[in-house]
Design a protein around this ligand. Structure first.
Ligand code: BTN
Length: 254
């Protein structure tokens, strides 16, 4: 902890050998009033959760499974922006520690060579007074080998070690992650969303590309033109109409 390069994030750190999900622990700590910047870190999760009620594989000692509690003074509508802030910070941390060049796939998957190596899940505690806490969950595949993933997962997921051929120092990566999350949340709070949005778009593999967006009730095909300030994906279909995509699975069309 003394090696931390941050002032806010990670000053309170809860490390647990094993737990169902760091999100659950973080929600509980947040309700109990834990400080802004509290971090929950574990070696393995028995019920790790992903977006859209999916399961998240959290192999022991192989990845970084953590949740960060933030208490920003912003309206709940701005919560999705923090997910984009976190995505930019994760890309920077991975670049810095491994030299790899990750890309962001909307809304918040971090890919290397087209395969997912990090997922981000943001959950909100709010009431009439606004945001009580934002719980940002980050699941990063660090040192898995191919055979640590099931054949179906191998098709879509990867780890930093698989991509770089080198074992990653997870402690160094956690320090870099917390540092960049603090930096970028500061930039966001002091200067607004515009800079973050530009950075997010520059790291994005989705923007400017032909994509297929699978939603619960329909599938749309078109060009991803950008994101709005709410993190909504703007998709232009062949008939020239612009559609706002709030939640979908995205496939690249080529
Ligand atoms: C996604 O669906 O892409 C988001 C995955 C988020 C996984 C992380 S691992 C740490 C934290 N605890 C959880 O149960 N989920 C998040």
């Amino acid at each position: 902890q003394t090696l931390l390069k941050t002032k806010r994030i990670g000053q309170v750190m809860k490390y647990i050998e094993s737990c169902p999900s760091t999100q659950i622990i973080a929600h509980k700590l947040a309700q109990e009033g834990t400080a802004d910047g509290t971090v929950v870190l574990t070696e393995t999760q028995t019920a790790g959760r992903g977006r859209l009620a999916r399961k998240w594989d959290s192999a022991p000692q192989k990845g970084i499974w953590m949740s960060i509690i933030l208490r920003p003074d912003v309206v709940p509508q701005k919560a999705p922006q923090f997910t984009l802030v976190a995505a930019v910070a994760v890309v920077r941390a991975i670049e810095e520690v491994t030299g790899l060049k990750p890309e962001i796939k909307w809304p918040n998957d971090i890919l290397i060579n087209g395969k997912k190596c990090t997922g981000i899940l943001t959950e909100l505690q709010s009431d009439a007074d606004g945001i009580q806490a934002l719980i940002i969950g980050i699941g990063l595949n660090a040192n898995q080998e191919v055979e640590d993933f099931s054949p179906e997962i191998q098709e879509i997921a990867s780890s930093l070690k698989m991509a770089s051929g080198k074992e990653v120092n997870r402690q160094e990566l956690v320090r870099a992650l917390l540092f960049h999350i603090e930096q970028f949340t500061n930039i966001y709070i002091e200067q607004g969303f515009a800079i973050i949005k530009l950075m997010w778009e520059s790291y994005s593999s989705t923007i400017g590309q032909p994509i297929r967006a699978r939603m619960a009730k329909e599938t749309l095909v078109g060009i991803a033109e950008g994101i709005t300030d709410d993190g909504v994906l703007q998709l232009r279909t062949a008939d020239g109409k612009l559609h706002g995509i709030y939640s979908a699975d995205i496939e690249m069309q080529n």
